[in-house]
Design a protein around this ligand. Structure first.
Ligand code: ME8
Length: 512
C-alpha cells in the first residue's frame, strides 16, 4: 500500500498582494511535498487563500470593490506567484468556495451537537490586523502610549452578541497532548511557549461576529458570521471533502504536517486541536512553525515600502537560485535577513562555484575525452567508494531531516558530498590521466557522473528546473529520477547531450 502524506501551508489573507513571506512558507512546503513524492509517497499538498473577515472586507472597500471581486483578483495573483515559484500544490482552496462553506458549517454543527458552543456576548479587545481577540493582560504599551497587541497591532474594544467555543474546557487535554506527543509542536522552544500560555488558563473563544457580514453564516443563526479563524482552520478539512468521511480524499486525514509561520502558531497549536477534539476528529501529526524574514535588516511592511514581491527577485536572479537561497539562508525554524548581497554570495559560491563548476568540469571532460558517451561503471578504488558510499546514503539521511523540517541541514548534507566531489576531481585529475591511463580516466569520470546523478536527484525538490536540466545532461531519463531508481546504475554507452552551464555567476551591473 502506498504511504500517504498530507502537508498544508497557511491559507493567506487576500487583503494584499503575495510577498516573499508567503512564497517562503509555500516553497518550503513544496520542497517537502516534492521530496515525499520522490520517496514514493502519495502526497496531498494543500494551499489556498483566506478570503473572509473584516480585514479583507476593509481592504476591498479601500479598493472600491465588492469583497468577492477583490478576493477573485488577489487569489488569482497568488496563483500567478505560485506558477512563477513552481509550487506543485495538489489543491488550492478558497474559503469563499461552496465546498468550503459546507465543510466549515459541518464542523460548527458537530461542535454544537457535542455541546461545545453557547451564545453570549463578547466584550473585549480585538486586533483587526491579527484577526485575533486578546485578553487585557496580554496587551503591551505601544509607541504612542496606547495599549497594543503583543504583536504591535492596534486593538479596538468590541462589544457584540457572540457564540463561544468552550476552549477553557480543553486546557488539560491540550497539555496532555503536548506532553504525550513531543513532536506535535516544533521547534521545541515554541512548544514550551505554547504550553506555558495554556498552563496560565484558557478563556472561552468568541467564534462569531455580528458587526459585519463578510463571512460564512453561522448555521441556524445567519445574523452571525463565523469568526474568520474558525472558518479558515476548517479549510484543512473541507479540502478533503469533509464532512464526507467516505469520500476519496478523506484517507489523507489526519494531516501529517501543518507548516506555519511563528505568528500563527497559537491558532494551529491551541485552537485547532481543541476544535478537532471537540468535533471528535483525529488530530494532525505535527505543527511546525518557522521563523521570520526581515529585508535588508528591517521588518517588512507596507509603510516602509520594502515589501518584496518574489516575482521581482526571480526576474533578477532566476527561480532556482531564489528557491535555493530561501531554503539555504534561513536555518529552518530561526529568523533570517534577505539581502541582495547574501543572495549573490550564495549564487556565486554555492551554486556557480561548488555545484555548477563540478557539473561543468565533469560533463565537458566526458564530452571531450569520452566522445560524449557515458562510460560504463569500472571497478571502484577505495577513493571511489569513499566518495560514492556517503553520496548513496543521501536520500535516506535527507528523508529523516525532511521529516523533521530540517530543510537547511538537508542541503548542508548534499553540500558535504559536493565538496567531497570537488576534492576528488582535483586529486584524481582526470585531465592528466587522459594520456597516461585512459581507462582510469573513464572510471573517474563515471564515478563523478554517478555522484552527480545522486546529487541532482536529491536536489530536485529544491531546484526542480535546474536539476531537471542537469539530469538530462547526465543521461538520466524521465522515469529514472526518483529515489528508487538510484538503485539501478545507468548503462554505460548513453550518448550525452552537449554540456551547458546550469548556474551562471551573477555579476552586478556596473554602477553608473
Ligand atoms: O495569517 N517571514 O495569513 P497571512 C516569513 N490567513 N514568513 C512570513 C512572513 C515573513 N516576514 N510574512 C508572512 C494568515 N509570512 C491567515 C492564515 S491558516 C488557516 C490562516 C508567512 O496572509 C508565514 O507563513 O497573514 C505566516 O504564517 C503567513 O505568511 C501569514 O499569512
Amino acid at each position: 500500500m502506498t504511504r500517504r502524506y498530507y502537508v498544508t501551508t497557511p491559507i493567506y489573507y487576500v487583503n494584499g498582494a503575495p510577498h516573499i513571506g508567503h512564497a517562503y512558507t509555500s516553497v518550503a512546503a513544496d520542497v517537502i511535498a516534492r521530496f515525499k513524492r520522490l520517496a514514493g509517497f502519495d502526497v496531498f499538498f494543500l494551499t489556498g487563500t483566506d478570503e473572509h473577515g473584516q480585514k479583507v472586507e476593509q481592504a476591498a472597500q479601500t479598493a472600491g470593490m465588492e469583497p468577492i471581486a477583490f478576493a477573485d483578483r488577489v487569489a488569482a495573483d497568488f496563483r500567478d506567484m505560485y506558477d512563477t515559484m513552481a509550487i506543485s500544490y495538489d489543491d488550492f482552496i478558497r474559503t469563499t468556495e461552496p465546498r468550503h462553506a459546507e465543510g466549515a458549517s459541518a464542523l460548527w454543527k458537530r461542535l454544537e451537537e457535542n455541546g461545545h458552543i453557547y451564545l453570549d456576548a463578547y466584550e473585549g479587545w480585538y486586533a483587526l490586523r491579527d484577526e485575533c481577540f486578546y485578553g487585557e493582560d496580554e496587551l503591551v504599551d505601544g509607541p504612542d502610549g496606547r495599549k497594543v497587541a503583543p504583536t504591535g497591532a492596534a486593538v479596538e474594544w468590541v462589544r457584540e452578541p457572540s457564540y463561544f467555543f468552550r476552549l477553557s474546557a480543553f486546557g488539560d487535554r491540550l497539555l496532555e497532548l503536548y506532553e504525550n506527543r513531543p513532536g506535535f509542536i516544533e521547534p521545541q522552544s515554541r512548544r514550551n511557549e505554547v504550553a506555558s500560555f495554556v498552563r496560565q488558563g484558557l478563556r472561552d473563544l468568541s467564534i462569531s461576529r455580528t458587526s459585519f457580514n463578510w463571512g460564512i453564516p453561522v448555521p441556524g443563526d445567519p445574523k452571525h458570521v463565523m469568526y474568520v479563524w474558525v472558518d479558515a482552520l476548517a479549510n484543512y478539512l473541507s479540502a478533503l471533502g469533509f464532512p464526507d468521511e467516505k469520500g476519496p480524499r478523506w484517507d489523507f486525514w489526519p494531516a501529517n504536517l501543518h507548516l506555519v509561520g511563528k505568528d500563527i502558531l497559537r491558532f494551529h497549536a491551541i485552537y485547532w486541536p481543541a476544535l478537532l477534539m471537540g468535533a471528535g476528529l483525529e488530530l494532525p501529526e505535527r505543527v511546525f512553525s518557522h521563523g521570520w524574514w526581515t529585508i535588508e535588516g528591517q521588518k517588512m511592511s507596507k509603510s516602509l515600502g520594502n515589501v518584496v514581491d518574489p516575482r521581482d527577485l526571480v526576474k533578477t536572479f532566476g527561480l532556482d537560485p531564489i528557491r535555493f537561497f530561501l531554503m539555504r539562508e534561513m536555518p529552518f525554524g530561526g529568523d533570517s535577513d534577505l539581502s541582495r548581497r547574501a543572495i549573490v554570495s550564495r549564487m556565486n559560491v554555492e551554486l556557480a562555484n561548488d555545484l555548477g563548476n563540478l557539473a561543468q568540469r565533469t560533463l565537458s571532460q566526458i564530452a571531450r575525452n569520452c566522445e560524449g558517451v557515458l562510460p560504463p561503471q569500472g571497478a571502484h578504488t577505495a577513493e571511489d567508494t569513499a566518495l560514492l558510499a556517503p553520496a548513496s546514503l543521501l536520500p535516506q539521511i535527507m528523508h529523516e531531516q525532511i521529516d523533521r523540517q530540517a530543510l537547511t541541514d538537508a542541503l548542508e548534507e548534499v553540500w558535504k558530498v559536493i565538496r567531497a566531489c570537488n576534492a576528488y576531481i582535483d586529486h584524481q585529475a582526470p585531465w592528466k590521466l587522459k594520456k597516461t591511463d585512459a581507462a582510469r580516466m573513464a572510471d573517474v569520470l563515471r564515478v563523478l557522473a554517478d555522484a552527480l546523478r545522486i546529487i541532482a536527484t536529491v536536489l530536485q525538490p529544491y531546484m526542480p528546473g535546474s536539476m531537471d536540466r542537469m539530469l538530462t545532461q547526465l543521461g538520466v531519463e524521465a522515469g529514472e529520477r526518483d529515489f528508487a531508481a538510484l538503485d539501478t546504475p545507468l548503462p554505460g554507452g548513453r550518448v550525452l547531450p552537449a554540456p551547458q552551464g546550469i548556474f551562471p555567476r551573477f555579476v552586478e551591473p556596473e554602477a553608473t
